[in-house]
Design a binder for this molecule. Sequence first.
Ligand SMILES: [Zn+2]
Length: 105
Amino acid sequence: MLKDLLTGCITQKDILSYYNANVTYLSLIKGINGFVFNYKNINNIIINKNLSYYKRKKTLLHELAHIELNQLNQFDKDLFAFHIQDYEDEADRYINFLLENIKLN
Ligand SMILES: [Zn+2]
């Protein structure tokens, strides 16, 4: 799905509804770009609204990667998927992998 978004086959709205996700832009402290948590089967993505347009988009992709990689279900209490470096790295590697594949194809 994320790949389809990156290649322009689907829109941001499509992927959000597919993953039952909401995006909320809030003023977060510096250093936190965003985070995602699942509550009552809704994926809530919170993005720091103080970021630039480009960084907001990048953060949204990163949070969607957490959802797509099913990382939210790997937590005991399906709460915050941030500040856990292994998951952070995996989400970023996944985005980079998709971007590299798109360039090659
Ligand atoms: Zn993350």
